[in-house]
Design a protein around this ligand. Structure first.
Ligand code: UGA
Length: 436
């Protein structure tokens, strides 16, 4: 099949490469010419493990092309798959301006029947709106059909998630279009769910919000465990042994970030409000997550006030919202740094994806230093905070680390370490709901 994928972010690029591997002819289009030039050469403008090699092998098949000419991509392909961003507005609602601009482009270039597949995460009602908007614009609602086909890719794991999806959700009205989209994914072994637009849209929001709920739930349990003197990691392990609960997304810590959970949660709350429905659980999930980083920093504050002279020097391990990505959007690590800046003389950050201060939210903040080695970041520090559980941090020699620090204190924001191991290395171990 001939498919155009509009939007070359991590979702669009991964989708384009995987569809190529399913023997389709794919044109990936994006308005950003610099990005297109890089992708044409097989260079990813973002970090996504495994995708770089896969992309090159797909480019070599000759079936995958990148272009900045969206008009031509629309003209040349029967299936148009849209994977543009839908960022949050200040009031939490999703900003659909990129989607509208794609609709405008399609309206100018459409000459024959197209199946338009919306992969972007869009609020309930968007597929219907898109269909009406485009139909009115071109004055002919029979020239196209719209299908909702939400994606469930995780950043850092996008390629594997796309190659082996748990489910494929296809939402739409037209049987002809549903059949065409089914054929696109035919050779993939995944559970297929065919439904209507609104249900497909809500499956995506409900899934992300449920995973976010699991995280905020275990984070609330961590706060209770903190008072009870219990260990939240053991609690999560015990809960996860119940197959009805499952062990995933029960890692307590400084909270969830990224471009999806915080945004989708806010958008679903806004949707519920618009529709006049309750969203009490979702609001609580958002509240726990918003306040979670401060629980950690305040715990550290209380200890440092007793043992270290202000202003402090703090080392930060990891700034991205999770490992294996260069994405810092809504990263709780940023909140941790912001909360501590005033009390500190220096904050030394190490993250495998950051080389200069310009790549942080504090390009002009003299107190923020970017380090190349862990030893450099720890040298003279009053405490170190693990914010992102990058694999490389698991190999730190804490005995040696302690010898470089002014006060050997570790605040483990991701419960990455065994408290006994850290303590036996001569470090003081702090976390939430794990003892001390
Ligand atoms: C999430 C979903 O997992 C994907 O299924 C979905 O497609 C994607 O959003 C999207 O809507 O595009 P992603 O945001 O890439 O994927 O990352 P996750 O791996 O889900 O992690 C999100 C955040 O939760 C991270 O900050 C992570 O550190 C945190 N987290 C995750 C926890 O704090 N505890 C956990 O147990 C799991």
């Amino acid at each position: 099949m001939k498919i155009a994928v509009i939007g070359s972010g991590y979702v669009g690029t991964t989708t384009a490469a995987v569809l190529t591997s399913l023997h389709h002819h794919v044109t990936a289009a994006d308005i950003d010419i610099t990005k297109v030039k890089k992708l044409k050469q097989g260079i990813l403008p973002f970090v996504e493990p495994g995708l770089d090699k896969f992309l090159i092998s797909m480019l070599e098949t000759g079936r995958l092309n990148f272009t900045a000419d969206i008009y031509q991509a629309v003209k040349d392909n029967q299936v148009l798959l849209i994977a543009v961003g839908t960022p949050s507005r200040a009031d939490g609602t999703a900003d659909l301006r990129f989607l509208q601009s794609v609709a405008d482009t399609i309206a100018c270039s459409i000459h024959e029947y197209k199946v338009i597949v919306i992969k972007s995460t869009v609020p309930v009602g968007t597929n219907r709106w898109f269909s009406d908007y485009l139909g009115n614009k071109i004055g002919n609602p029979h020239m196209f059909d719209v299908i909702s086909n939400p994606e469930f890719l995780r950043e850092g794991n996008a390629l594997q998630d796309m190659l082996h999806p748990d489910r494929t959700v296809i939402g739409g009205k037209s049987q002809k279009a549903i059949q065409i989209v089914k054929e696109i994914y035919e050779s993939m072994q995944s559970n297929l769910l065919v439904t209507d637009w609104e249900t497909a849209e809500l499956i995506k929001y409900a899934s992300n919000s449920f995973l976010a709920t699991k995280i905020s739930f275990i984070n609330e349990i961590a706060r209770i465990a903190e008072h009870a003197g219990a260990d939240v990691v053991e609690i999560a392990r015990g809960m996860g042994m119940d197959s009805r609960i499952g062990s995933e997304f029960l890692r307590a810590g400084i909270g969830f970030g990224g471009s999806c959970f915080p945004k989708d949660l806010k958008a679903l709350i806004a949707t519920a409000k618009e529709l006049g429905a309750d969203s009490k659980i979702l609001e609580a999930v958002e509240y726990i997550n918003r306040t979670q980083p401060n629980f950690y920093t305040e715990k550290l504050n209380r200890l440092l006030q007793k043992i270290a002279k202000r202003p402090w020097k703090i080392a930060i391990l990891g700034l991205t919202f999770k490992p294996d990505t260069d994405d810092q959007r809504e990263s709780p690590a940023i909140q941790v740094v912001n909360h501590l800046l005033e009390e500190c003389e220096e904050i030394r950050i190490i993250d495998p994806t950051i080389q200069t201060r310009n790549q942080t939210p504090w390009p002009h903040e003299q107190k923020v230093t970017i380090c190349r080695t862990t030893t450099e970041s720890l040298s003279g520090a009053d405490a170190v905070i693990l914010c992102t559980d990058w694999e490389q941090f698991s190999n730190i020699d804490w005995k040696e680390a302690a010898s470089h620090m002014r006060h050997p204190v570790l605040l483990d924001g991701r419960n990455m370490f065994d408290p006994d191991d850290i303590r036996s290395a001569g470090m003081r171990y702090l976390a939430l709901g794990r003892g001390e």
